[in-house]
Design a protein around this ligand. Structure first.
Ligand SMILES: *Cc1c(COP(=O)(O)O)cnc(C)c1O
Length: 385
């Protein structure tokens, strides 16, 4: 693990960019080129955008590596691309992966439908049953995968505890840290080996790009890079350029998301039509103590259970004017979605209730609007229930 060399705001804006010469542009140019001139008669590395060595791709990678305290990082064309490649970097046919049960639906599908086709076995652990991490380990277990904080209950997992287990077993711990962003949590500092991001969310932050990233030791990132070259998830240079612009404000954006998250979650908890609020910053959250100890901020994602169930949720959604009904998260615009139609659509209502996500559950991604306006919108929504 590499120590951070400057504060997160400075790193997000500048990375390790060398001193600029007179007349250099302050904003990076876009190298919108698939290929680059190769010196004749040279065995130097060939520059080609699919290889991930376009300057716009490299600038981002270096910046995220600094923010996560990683040796290296790589950006790819989606969060799913990042998740797939990170696992292919540490798993081979015949290997076994131990995964948290509380993960993104697309990731679960990747594990159960795709990895099994390649002879990679996956078992799921309910993180509330800590013993299962050990009891489900096999001789061929090569990796542990978790997400933290989780969707949509914002559960916070004990990465340090899992890192000790992974280290003792000589296996890799991979953490999807999308909901935290490196501003609120840096899994490598707690012993994880690999960090995965859906850059689509907080890192880009403007709901206009789909991208992903992997950070960790140079050897792992190099494995990801060689696979990306042939599986083909390279990030387009224009998207990389926009992500760089988005990432410059990552620290201030996340600080604001943290403030608004706390303010809105606290307000929601006092509303009579709300049965329960899931936000790690609230004392009522099951992981509040762990979150307070390990996170630098509680984020802008809030889970809300309405007392009136699915009909109440629908009425509330129809009455909202500012908060947009759309999947995804982490952007400047506030969004709301219902897990019963998105992440947990594959479960029956009873299964969802058993998982703690009863119908009538709303997942809020609080953006950067004024908290007072968001509360006014939610007041309107709840009044319609
Ligand atoms: C959105 C998301 C993904 C998938 O990312 P894409 O950029 O949509 O491919 C993976 N993990 C988490 C936690 C997510 O929220």
């Amino acid at each position: 693990m590499r120590r951070r060399t400057a504060g997160p705001s400075t790193l997000a804006i500048h990375g390790d960019v060398p001193a600029r010469a007179a007349h250099d542009p302050v904003a990076a140019p876009i190298y919108q080129s698939s290929t680059f001139v190769s010196p004749v008669g040279s065995s130097e590395e060939v520059l080609y955008t699919r290889y991930g060595n376009n300057p716009n791709q490299l600038r981002l990678a270096e910046r995220l590596a600094r923010l996560e305290g990683a040796e290296a990082a790589i950006f790819v064309a989606s969060g799913m691309g990042a998740t797939a490649l990170a696992h292919l970097a540490v798993l081979n046919p015949g290997d076994h992966l131990l995964s948290s049960d509380w993960i993104y639906g697309g990731t679960r599908q990747l594990f159960t439908e795709e990895f099994t086709r390649f002879g990679i076995e996956v078992s799921f652990v309910n993180p509330d049953k800590r013993r299962e991490w050990r009891s489900k380990l096999r001789k061929n277990t090569r990796g542990i995968f978790i997400e933290s904080p989780t969707n949509p209950l914002m559960r916070v997992l004990d990465v340090q505890w899992l890192a000790v287990l992974a280290e003792a077993e000589g296996i890799a711990l991979l953490v999807d840290s999308t909901f935290a962003s490196p501003i609120n949590y840096r899994p490598l500092e707690h012993g994880a080996d690999v960090v995965i991001h859906s850059v689509t969310k907080y890192l880009n932050g403007h709901s206009d790009i789909v991208a992903g990233a992997v950070a960790g030791a140079e050897t792992i990132v190099e494995e990801v890079r060689s696979r990306m070259k042939v599986w083909g998830q390279a990030l387009d240079p224009h998207a990389a350029w926009l992500i760089e612009r988005g990432m410059k404000t990552l620290a201030v954006r996340v600080q604001r998301h943290n403030q608004t998250g706390m303010e809105v979650a606290t307000w929601l908890e006092q509303q009579p039509k709300v049965r329960r609020v899931h936000y790690p910053g609230l004392a009522s959250h099951p992981d509040h103590a762990l979150a307070a100890r390990t996170l630098d901020g509680f984020g802008g994602m809030v889970g809300v259970e309405l007392s009136g169930g699915p009909r109440a949720a629908e009425r509330c959604l129809r009455a909202l004017r500012l908060i947009t009904h759309a999947p995804s998260l982490g952007g400047v615009e506030s969004l709301v979605s219902e897990p019963r139609f998105t992440s947990h659509a594959a479960l029956t209502p009873d299964e969802r209730a058993a998982a703690g996500i009863p119908d009538g559950f709303l997942r809020l991604s609080l953006g950067l609007e004024d908290a007072a306006d968001l509360i006014e919108d939610l007041t309107r929504g709840l009044a319609a229930v």
